[in-house]
Design a binder for this molecule. Structure first.
Ligand code: DON
Length: 308
């Protein structure tokens, strides 16, 4: 399949007008300082080429996209039994930071690892002695996925998240009260906000997608980074829960396993074909990138990428 920069450029300009109808996220103040008209996309083809268009040099924090990456990491480190003892496998139909079902569900574990409560339960399992060692081990894992050892998090965004994380803090304390997690909640909040504040551009995001699209094999070296069963679990969660409470609509209209973040990033996986990284910060009312969604829809229809 030949996809050119010219094709993607046309699609980007076609969806850019939608950015005017979206909202930049406001509950994390440092995220609010971006130009809402940006749109960028990268497709990392499994043959090696990365085709890009739009404002591709722009970096952004990956926010909830990190939930797929922490899940893959913790499944490798702790295994399926331990992970699913602490989080479920079902979509919630609720907003990503909702506390409601945590109280009514029995047992009181989060319904899935793609919502904030579930991601906190997963991150709480990060191995290591203390914040820095735990972070460094996760960062090393991510470096293999991005092929970039200099991966960092955005300090300003992380501080801003920590200062406004009372909802996440309350989810974490709730989980500890119900023995879903153990240990120091503030250290967990530090780790979680660092993972959300990891900064990259859409090419790097697409590169991660390509590893998943190739069933865990590095697209450049051919080395195995993730076992195929972990890739399968992650892709399934992306289909059922990756676009929050709009995942069903996204599956019908786009049909690509994807994970969104409130900064406006979307990671997409087209199995056997390519990884997709999209960025456009203006969001719809459910917290998904408005132009990003339209762009994914256009690409999926044009190239017949829906898996259904
Ligand atoms: O924890 C938060 O609310 C943000 N750091 C990330 C939220 C996000 O991207 C959507 N979550 N599923």
């Amino acid at each position: 399949m030949r996809i050119t920069h010219g094709d993607l450029d046309r699609f980007v300009e076609q969806v850019r007008p939608y950015t005017e109808y979206g909202q930049i996220v406001e509950y994390i103040p440092a995220l609010a300082k971006v130009d809402p008209s940006q749109v960028s996309i990268a497709l990392h083809m499994l043959e090696g080429e990365c085709v890009t268009a739009g404002d591709t040099e722009e970096t952004f924090t990956i926010q909830s996209i990190s939930k797929v990456l922490s899940l893959a990491y913790i499944l490798m480190e702790r295994g399926e039994a331990e992970v699913f003892h602490r989080v479920g496998m079902e979509p919630t139909g609720d907003p990503f930071n909702s506390i409601a079902k945590l109280e009514t569900n029995r047992p009181n574990k989060p319904l899935n690892p793609m919502i904030n409560a579930g991601a906190l339960a997963v991150t709480a399992l990060m191995p290591g002695d203390g914040l820095e060692e735990r972070w460094e081990r996760f960062r090393k894992f991510l470096s293999a996925l991005t092929d970039k050892d200099t991966l960092t998090f955005n300090d300003e965004v992380q501080q801003s998240e920590l200062e406004t994380a009372d909802l996440n803090r309350s989810l974490a304390y709730f989980l500890r009260q119900h023995q879903v997690i153990q240990g120091d909640v503030e250290e967990l909040l530090q780790l979680y906000t660092r993972q959300c504040s990891i900064e990259m551009n859409c090419q790097e995001l697409a590169r991660i997608g390509a590893v998943f699209a190739r069933d865990g094999i590095c697209p450049t070296s051919g080395e195995s980074i993730l076992p195929p069963y972990i890739v399968r679990i992650c892709k399934t969660f992306m289909v059922t829960c990756g676009m929050y409470n709009a995942s069903g609509e996204f599956a019908i209209k786009v049909g690509i396993p994807a994970k969104t973040g409130v900064s406006g990033g979307i990671l997409g996986i087209v199995p056997g074909v390519c990884g997709i990284g999209v960025y456009s910060p203006a969001l719809d009312e459910k917290g998904n990138s408005l132009a990003g969604w339209k762009l994914m829809e256009l690409i999926s229809r044009t190239y017949d990428f829906s898996m259904f």
